[in-house]
Design a protein around this ligand. Structure first.
Ligand SMILES: Cc1cc2nc3c(=O)[nH]c(=O)nc-3n(C[C@H](O)[C@H](O)[C@H](O)COP(=O)(O)O)c2cc1C
Length: 209
């Protein structure tokens, strides 16, 4: 066990303390997104692929949005302007369709996914996205999850031409931060040792200052 590393990880100058959601990114001429070096992009996608997946079913898809017009449209629909300016904009989707396509391609008749497929798919999408975000932060970038896809989900679904069985859980932007947000919020719920029905949530600070 690496006890010294454990201390480092939760230190006020450590990796997890440095996490900030960032919504303003450095841009190039004409406010265009700054491209990530190809190996950084590969690393982010690899990290997403290495996330755990419920029942090994991989019921998720990561869509990389590169077209500037589509980015601008998604920025407007989600009411999150940084979708247009981030170095990378991804949409994390629950996807019960892809595995059906794989089964068909292998000559099998896909079954019908029960409602639990949504549970699996959302969990998978979250884990893949968070792995990607952590990899980005390890490389010195920062990012923002965007649940704002729910602000206009039907229009987002249409804009992405999502087929049946695929729905957007959230977007995720990654880039070079152009702001230094404070640690927020200062206190977060921590674990409960008593039954939830009777317990008062316990809070403790997770901010250095
Ligand atoms: C699933 C999810 C959806 C989020 N959606 C948005 C969003 O649509 N727009 C936004 O500006 N921030 C969004 N956030 C970022 C949160 O506001 C942010 O994580 C929270 O305020 C805590 O701040 P911190 O990440 O800097 O610690 C989202 C975060 C999560 C996990």
């Amino acid at each position: 066990m690496r006890h010294d590393f454990a201390t480092d990880l939760r230190a006020s100058s450590g990796f997890f303390s440095a996490h900030r959601t960032v919504r303003q990114y450095a841009t190039g001429p004409g406010d265009q997104p700054i491209q990530l070096p190809p190996d950084h992009l590969e690393t982010l996608l690899y990290a997403a692929q290495r996330a755990p997946t419920d029942a090994t079913a991989q019921l998720y898809s990561v869509i990389r949005i590169t077209d500037p017009e589509q980015r601008a449209r998604l920025a407007a629909l989600t009411e999150n302007a940084h979708l247009a300016t981030a170095s990378e904009t991804f949409v994390l989707c629950a996807d019960t369709r892809r595995v059906a396509r794989l089964l068909e391609a292998a000559g099998y008749q896909p079954g019908h996914w029960p409602a639990v497929g949504v549970h699996f798919g959302v969990g998978d999408a979250v884990m893949a996205g968070q792995n990607l975000l952590i990899a980005a932060e390890m490389l010195g970038y920062q990012g923002c999850w965007v649940g704002g896809v729910l602000n206009n989900l039907p229009a987002v679904t249409q804009a992405l031409e999502l087929p049946e069985g695929v729905f957007a859980f959230a977007a995720l932007t990654i880039g070079i931060p152009a702001e230094e947000p404070p640690c927020a919020p200062g206190y977060r719920a921590t674990w409960l040792f008593t039954p939830m029905s009777t317990a008062t949530p316990t809070y403790r600070s997770c901010c250095a200052a």
